[in-house]
Every structure is written in structure tokens, then in C-alpha cells.
Design a protein around this ligand. Structure first.
Ligand code: NAD
Length: 365
């Protein structure tokens, strides 16, 4: 993006740039997995003729598959897309320096290594006086690592920024471009218009969560704690209904208009064939979706962050035990979280020692 260097400081201290003189924007995207491939595709599809998108994944095949697929669907933007072969190339192999680089990688350690490599390349190979890059991390990672990376970026290149911009909406939301973004900004006024425009290419809801770095992740982890707990409760509730020999289809419909209604019980209902129009994971053997091991990861992040915040999560440890136990089975760990319904059923069948029938006390998790 070519700025005429019109900069300012908002009331809350966030830097903003006037975009009145914007002529082009160069984007980078790192991590073309389940989520990233769709998010990057939306950016690609909405590129303006002078924009460019540079993409990279450690798995070379993911990068080449991405390029093949998106250019087949939208050939008109083909020349605006550049696959890269290393992190360093985001600095050394670009026509002009990038304004935004989005990371969508698994964990904090990946974010840290990617950003450190980028910063080191910027310091060694670019003219920092004419470069202004904002790193957006949409991965779900632990807050301390994100704060550490933010501090590192600011210490190394003060006018660069690193913003936590985690997302909610799952793979379906990423595919449709309807993700919700949570970011550490005080209000919508503090979100630079070019940043807003980038986020709106990939999502529909943008939630500023607070002034301090990490507040976007704090909101994300609080939400995903709720998701993990309600998902477990939904699986348990449907198994309870089954044990009463209730008609599960009727029960699920009843829940959908009753007080037990939640995303886990309706939008991601674990009972197959009820909502065929919604392409739910339960209708394809619980494949795809938001996999159980990622739910467990977020639950662990939430419980650990709570501890650091001197906050005890009443359902944290018990839910965590159940998710850890579920993830010992690869076929459960790698399927959508709604598969917990099936898993609880299996447990009841296979592990008769699970519940001491006389005392109704859990004896083994
Ligand atoms: P994924 O494993 O499918 O994709 C991650 C991608 O990052 C992979 O393609 C991997 O090869 C690549 N990668 C790893 N390290 C890299 C590095 N150093 N440089 C470049 N690429 C690297 O995971 P995902 O489901 O796309 O999730 C990504 C992040 O988004 C995670 O933090 C996850 O918790 C979060 N998230 C996932 C969902 C979901 O429904 N899957 C929803 C919201 C948030």
C-alpha cells in the first residue's frame, strides 16, 4: 500500500494511517491448512488489480495445491498471486514490502518462530525507513506467547505491529468467509480502515475486545471454553436421552427450541440426518469440522490462562480430563468435536468399569 505517510495516534494510543491515498496493498499469508487455505482464498478473490498476495506453507504441497485450486476458480487474479518457498522470501522475494502478513499456524511456538524469522529478515534485508508491516496472528495460541511476540516485535522494529486477531466460526465459517474476528483494539474507531478491509475480506463480524495486546485471544479462549464444556454436556445429554429410549430425532428437535439450545446441540448437532441441508460433520461420519484435538488444545489454553489470571474454572479440569481421555483415540481426536456423543456411547458400552453402577460414581476417566 502506498501511503502518503499520513499517520496519527488515536485517543487510545493505537496508530492509524489514512488510507485516502491507498493505491495498492501487498498481503502475505502463512499457513494454508484447514482454515488458512479458505481465508487466503477470500483475500485472493478480492484482490484489486494492483494488489499482490504472497503465500507460504511449510508443506510445499499445501502451497502448490492452494495456487492450483484458487487460480482454477478465479484465473483473472492469477498474476497477483505469488507462492513463496521460505519465510525469508516474504522480505527478500517480493516486489515491494508487504503491509500485512497473516499467520494461521497451529501453536504459539510456530507463531514465535515465524515472526522471529520475519523480523530478523526485515532487519537484515530491508530498508526499514520505507517499510511498515503489520503482523496479524489469527491462530489460537496461548496469551503469554502472543504477548511475548508482541513485545519482541515492538522492541526490534518499533513502528511494526503484531496484533492478535483470532477467529471463530470454524472451517465452515472460513470457507464461507463469515468468520468472526476478535482483536485487541478498544473500539471500531481504533481499527485502521485498511486493516478492517482486510478482515472483512475473510469475515463478517469484527469484535474489538480491549486495548491491551492479548484481549482478542482472551475473548477467543473464553468462548472456546464455553464451546468445549457445552459440547461435552450435549454429548452427555443426548446419551442420557438415548438411555431413556427416547426418539433422538424428536429429542434433538425439542432441544433446538428449548433451554438446552446451544451451538453444540443445534448448529453442530451430533445426531445424524436431522439437518441434511446444513452439511453437518455428523452426516459424514463426524469428519472435518473443528476437530476434538483442537477443542482440547483450546480448553487446555483456557484453563492454563485462567490459572495465570488467578481464576479457577469450575468445569475446566473435569472437562479437560474427558477431552484428554477422548484424544487418546486417534479416530476421535481427528474428527469433529460432535463425535464426543458417539465416544461417550462407546465408553458406556466398552468400559463397564466406567461407572460403578451401585454408587453411580465415576471410577475411571
Ligand atoms: P491446520 O493444521 O490445518 O493448518 C496449519 C497449517 O500451518 C498447516 O498447513 C501447516 O503445514 C502450517 N504450518 C505449521 N507451521 C508452519 C510454519 N512454521 N510456517 C508455515 N506454515 C506452517 O490447522 P487449522 O485448523 O487451519 O488451524 C490453524 C489455527 O487456527 C490453529 O491455531 C487453530 O487452533 C485455529 N483455529 C482452527 C479452527 C478450526 O476449525 N480448524 C477454528 C478457529 C481457529
Amino acid at each position: 500500500m502506498l501511503f502518503s505517510n499520513i499517520r496519527g495516534i488515536s485517543k487510545t494510543g493505537c496508530k492509524y494511517f489514512s488510507t485516502s491515498s491507498v493505491s495498492n496493498t501487498n498481503y502475505g499469508f502463512i499457513g494454508l491448512g484447514q482454515m488458512g487455505q479458505h481465508m487466503a482464498r477470500h483475500i485472493y478473490n478480492k484482490l484489486q488489480p494492483d494488489d499482490k498476495l504472497y503465500v507460504y506453507d511449510t508443506v510445499a504441497e499445501s502451497t502448490s495445491n492452494f495456487v492450483d485450486e484458487v487460480t482454477k476458480i478465479t484465473p483473472a487474479n492469477k498474476d497477483l498471486l505469488v507462492p513463496l518457498h521460505s519465510i525469508g522470501e516474504f522480505v527478500t522475494n517480493v516486489d515491494s514490502q508487504l503491509e500485512y502478513i497473516v499467520t494461521m499456524v497451529p501453536e504459539g511456538k510456530h507463531v514465535k518462530s515465524v515472526i522471529e524469522e520475519l523480523v530478523s529478515n526485515y532487519k537484515n534485508h530491508s530498508d526499514l525507513t520505507s517499510t511498515n508491516t503489520t503482523f496479524l496472528d489469527s491462530s489460537t495460541i496461548d496469551i503469554p506467547t502472543s504477548v511475548e511476540v508482541h513485545k519482541y516485535v515492538k522492541e526490534q522494529i518499533n513502528h511494526f505491529d503484531f496484533i492478535d486477531t483470532p477467529v471463530s466460526g470454524g472451517v465452515a465459517g472460513a470457507r464461507k468467509g463469515t468468520l468472526s474476528f476478535m482483536l485487541s483494539r478498544q473500539s471500531h474507531d481504533d481499527i485502521d480502515s485498511s486493516l478492517l478491509s482486510l478482515l472483512q475480506k475473510m469475515g463478517t463480524n469484527i469484535f474489538p475486545c480491549g486495548l491491551d495486546h492479548g484481549t482478542g485471544l482472551a475473548a477467543k479462549l473464553s468462548n472456546n471454553y464455553l464451546l468445549a464444556v457445552t459440547n461435552l454436556a450435549v454429548a452427555d445429554s443426548f446419551q442420557l436421552a438415548k438411555s431413556f429410549n427416547l426418539n433422538l430425532a424428536n429429542y434433538a428437535k425439542l432441544v433446538s427450541v428449548s433451554t438446552g439450545k446451544s451451538w453444540a446441540s443445534v448448529d453442530n448437532c451430533p445426531i445424524p440426518s436431522l439437518y441434511p441441508q446444513n452439511n453437518l460433520p455428523c452426516d459424514i461420519g463426524y469428519k472435518g469440522g473443528f476437530v476434538t484435538k483442537l477443542t482440547k488444545k483450546d480448553l487446555v489454553l483456557a484453563t492454563e490462562s485462567a490459572k495465570l489470571n488467578d481464576r479457577y474454572l469450575f468445569l475446566g479440569d473435569i472437562s479437560r480430563k474427558w477431552y484428554e481421555s477422548a484424544c487418546e483415540r486417534e479416530d476421535i481426536a481427528n474428527r469433529d468435536l460432535s463425535v464426543l456423543y458417539e465416544w461417550l456411547g462407546d465408553l458406556e458400552q466398552q468400559n463397564k468399569s466406567l461407572v460403578d453402577k451401585k454408587t453411580h460414581k465415576n471410577v475411571k476417566v
